[in-house]
Design a protein around this ligand. Structure first.
Ligand SMILES: *[C@@H]1O[C@H](CO)[C@@H](O)[C@H](O)[C@H]1NC(C)=O
Ligand SMILES: *[C@@H]1O[C@H](CO)[C@@H](O)[C@H](O)[C@H]1NC(C)=O
Ligand SMILES: *[C@@H]1O[C@H](CO)[C@@H](O)[C@H](O)[C@H]1NC(C)=O
Ligand SMILES: *[C@@H]1O[C@H](CO)[C@@H](O)[C@H](O)[C@H]1NC(C)=O
Ligand SMILES: *[C@@H]1O[C@H](CO)[C@@H](O)[C@H](O)[C@H]1NC(C)=O
Ligand SMILES: *[C@@H]1O[C@H](CO)[C@@H](O)[C@H](O)[C@H]1NC(C)=O
Length: 338
């Protein structure tokens, strides 16, 4: 039997139709089986005397699709096959790939903890904070492949029953540098981007300065903490009031805005959603779950906001900052309470 048709595997003894075999394929298999049957019969009739000739075991076949049926599906649904474990009873559930693209001190830690409170979400943290993983585009791709194959382990991994998997990626962690290749990767692998920015960039600046001060000062009993889980801890961290350098304040704010708009322009061709820290409430979180086609759940976080209350209480040289910003497009940052 010289027929070398790819949907027949002669070694297998069971006839087993594929789960999602298209009708056409079934027809081809059926027609082939009929033609083959006729052919065998004709041989039998011709050579009745030779009993040992053609036996039916040679046509016990299995139909197997020639091509990957997944190609025909929506590219944002994935069925990863991790090397390190089996997806078990959830293997038939599709998985969505996402990346939270953000900047430091923009609420991404809090947002990620909200996402991870969903029983089907694995957001694996700031994986590119480790320099070697973002050294060059090949190490970036290698890391991404591992995450989206569900082979990346973190405290957030939900393994077999993840319906959405991703991580958070800061714009200054190789993302802007390698934006072309990353956009290509996202579009090729069907990764959705979740942008998370902060509207009030002055508040972001306070948080950046205080966090960087605490890296050395370690106000909480000698440990540096970027996020806290109690009002007490928040109050301790809030006691430090940063001084803002007014000489470069406007330039710094402009630069932050520019980075944001550049990132949005670079990733414009990627499926994405843009969130602002200040707007995140139940309604927004529902929208995010919809964006990732997740079953709707109430999301919760134990994190407590550190710098709340009016900005005048949080900045040491408040009067200078006020003078610098009044009459500029950034004047509104002085007033908003959030
Ligand atoms: C990329 O970076 C990794 C990790 O630092 C390194 O091992 C590898 O040789 C680099 N590859 C290229 C092509 O530079
Ligand atoms: C979500 O996870 C639960 C188990 O925690 C699982 O039974 C369910 O099928 C998952 N849902 C989806 C959409 O993957
Ligand atoms: C830190 O110190 C305070 C008192 O100085 C104490 O009440 C608190 O329990 C300590 N916290 C931790 C995490 O050790
Ligand atoms: C403020 O920024 C300017 C410009 O970068 C710099 O020359 C100056 O030393 C800074 N002042 C302080 C107090 O850090
Ligand atoms: C993204 O592209 C659309 C049309 O292609 C355009 O209207 C929109 O302004 C672009 N947005 C950004 C942020 O570049
Ligand atoms: C969430 O905020 C939006 C405005 O940004 C508002 O329209 C909506 O009612 C809010 N939803 C909840 C549940 O607070």
């Amino acid at each position: 039997m010289a027929e070398d048709i790819c949907f027949f595997n002669k070694e297998t003894l069971i006839i087993k139709p594929p789960k999602k075999s298209p009708l056409l394929l079934r027809m081809i298999v059926l027609v082939f089986a009929m033609v083959f049957g006729v052919y065998i019969c004709s041989i039998c009739l011709k050579q009745l005397s030779i009993q040992t000739m053609t036996r039916f075991q040679s046509i016990r076949v299995i139909a197997r699709p020639c091509h990957d049926t997944k190609l025909l599906e929506i590219p944002y649904k994935h069925y990863p096959m991790p090397e390190t474990f089996s997806r078990a009873e959830c293997a038939r559930n599709p998985v969505r790939f996402f990346a939270i693209l953000s900047m430091q001190r923009s609420g991404s830690g809090w947002f990620e903890s909200l996402m991870n409170s969903h029983k089907n979400v694995s957001s694996n943290g700031e994986i590119f904070s480790v320099r070697s993983r973002r050294e060059n585009i090949s190490s970036i791709v290698q890391t991404l492949d591992k995450v989206y194959n569900l082979d990346w382990f973190s405290s957030a991994s939900k393994n077999e029953c993840s319906a959405a998997t991703g991580f958070k990626w800061m714009l200054n962690q190789g993302l802007m540098e390698h934006h072309k290749e990353v956009v290509q990767y996202f579009n090729r692998r069907g990764v959705s981007a979740i942008f998370l920015f902060r509207r009030n960039l002055l508040r972001r600046m306070v948080s950046v300065l205080a966090n960087s001060y605490d890296r050395y000062a370690k106000l909480l009993n000698g440990t540096h903490k970027s996020h806290v889980h109690s009002e007490e801890e928040a109050d301790t961290l809030k006691k430090y009031k940063p001084t803002i350098n007014c000489t470069k304040l406007i330039t710094d704010l402009k630069e932050m805005e520019l980075t944001t708009s550049k990132a949005l322009a670079y990733f414009n061709s990627t499926r994405h959603i843009v969130l602002f820290y200040e707007d995140i409430n139940r309604t927004k979180l529902k929208e995010v779950q919809e964006f990732l086609s997740l079953p709707q759940m109430e999301l919760t976080s134990r994190q407590v906001k550190i710098h709340n209350g009016p900005l005048s209480d949080l900045i040491k040289n408040w009067d200078d900052v006020k003078k610098t910003l009044i009459g500029t497009p950034y004047e509104d940052f002085l007033r908003s309470d959030y």
